[in-house]
Every structure is written in C-alpha cells, then in structure tokens.
Design a protein around this ligand. Sequence first.
Ligand code: TRP
Length: 324
Amino acid sequence: MQISLTGIKPTGTPHLGNYLGAIRPALELTERFESIYFIADYHAFTATHDPKALCSHVYDVAATWLACGLDPERTIFFRQSDVPEVFELSWIFQCLLPAGQLERGHAYKDALARGDSPNAGVLAYPALMAADIILYGAHVVPVGRDQKQHLELARDVAVRVNHLFGEGTVVVPEPRIQSEVMVPGLDGRKMSKSYDNYVPLFAGERELKQAVMKIVTGSEPLEAPKEPEGTTAFTLFQLVASAEQAAEQAAKLRAGGYGWGHLKQALAQALDAELGPQRARYSALRSDEAALDQVLARGAEKARARAQETIMRVRRRIGIRKPG
Ligand code: TRP
C-alpha cells in the first residue's frame, strides 16, 4: 500500500479552517493509504523560542487530531523529535542541495525582504522537511498550496540521491496539493489566526454561537430574496452540513422572508452537530498529557523502525558505512 505522510506544525489549538482544510481531508486519506502523520516540533522551533508555549502546543495538536478521529492503531502518529535519524538525513540533504536552492525558499526570501535576519533554521527548513518525507518512504504528501515549493525541493533531492547513489536508494515523493477549500473567516478573508477571524474548533456551544453571530453578512431587509452563493455564512454552512441541508437553506434565502440571522442559527447548529462529539473527546484527551505521551511514544517506536532501515541504506550507499 502507498504511504501518505504529513507534518503538522504545532502552532496552537487548530481552528475550524485547519479542520476543514487540512485535518478532515488528511484523515479521509487514512482509509486508502498507509498513513504516517507527525507533529513537526523542530519545524516550529525555527520560529518559537517560548518553551512553555511550544510544549503545550504539541499536546494541543496531538489531542486535536486524536479527538477528530485519528486512530493511532491505524496511523503512525508521533513527534518528529522522537526520531533523531531525521536530523542525520537532513544533514545529508544539506550537503547535497545547492545553497542557492535553499536561498530561493519562499519563507527565507520573504523574511529577508521584510528586513528580518532569519536564523539558519529558516534556511534549512526545507531540507528537514525533505528528510521528514523521504525517511519514511512516503509516496504522497497531502499539503496546502503554500508547501508546494518545499515538496518540489524534496522531489529534487530524492531524484539527485538516486542518480548519484543508485536507483532505489530513496522513494521519490509526489505532492498532493489539497484541492484548496478556501475556508472563509468571520470577515470573509481566509480563516487564519493572524487575521483573528477564526472559529475556534473546540469552543463551547455558546462561544461557537457568539463567533458565528459575528460573521459579516448583507443588510437586506428580512423580506428580500437573498443570494447565498459565495457568502461567508453560506460557504461555511456548505462545508459543515449535508448537500440537502445546504440546498434547503439556499431555497429559503432565495424565497425571501428568511434572514441571514436564520442562516447563522442553522450554521451554529450544524457546527455543534459536527464538532460536539470531538469537543468532548478533546477535553478528555487534553487533560491527560501522560496518556498523550504514551500514544506518541508508541507511534515513535513504529516510525523509528522504518527510519532506521532508510538511514542504514543511505549510509551504506553514500559511503558513511561499508556497503552491506
Ligand atoms: N512545513 C509544513 C507546514 O508548515 C509542516 C511539515 C513539516 C510538513 N514537515 C513536513 C508537511 C513533511 C508535510 C510533510 O505546514
């Protein structure tokens, strides 16, 4: 079976946009692929030097994915930092990649353009990411469009390794750019922490409702017929409710006598139905860090066994060890 792999950067409790755009589709892939999903804690360390926040965000993310349905018996789920072989492979890749290719990385270039002085980790970030992917022999990597350049670099380095050291040294990964579901935030722009326009994933019913009521809508009078297509509230509704429910809301809005407030009410209910069970599981999971550690440690054991196979093969092929 082909392997689907992705890394999750621990940057705080995920919001509805992360759930609809990344978590839900990645979990769907676990039905058709062997899946390896990990928490990219050392990628987060390029940007966060707050030990408490970093540590707690790892648990937030672990509890979120488990609450949303990740089954650790089926998906190998672990912390990146628990498999030290990845740093060795990352070093190997840094020695094979032209420095200029890393210097052309979007994140690094953008930081320079902003006048920041990015650390060397920001520059090496894509090499570590390539190591994440190639260490486990991933075939497909579900990511957002923003990660496309990183995936291309991972492919380049895999092709180069096989060319220099023999076909079959590593698996060449395929990017799988998630069909960008643009999840709009409360103000209509893309839902994002940085715009502070997000719906929290595990808010209580009341908090959820309050967030939904803030969604910006048209100001037509109640009687007026309304066009739902393309509006923030309706797009969100379509993402969480069934097609039939969406058609029903659309018909009511178009008929007139039905307000945006009614749609928001329906949206709040649909969100609660979709996320209520996860919310309960999340609180239970998040409150037991020792249990989360155990789940992640078991995942790391499985991941490490695979990592060691790859790293031994690579060491032999590149001359760090005698050919075995
Ligand atoms: N860079 C990815 C992000 O910011 C996270 C990540 C790290 C990743 N390693 C990965 C994604 C390997 C896919 C595969 O979202």
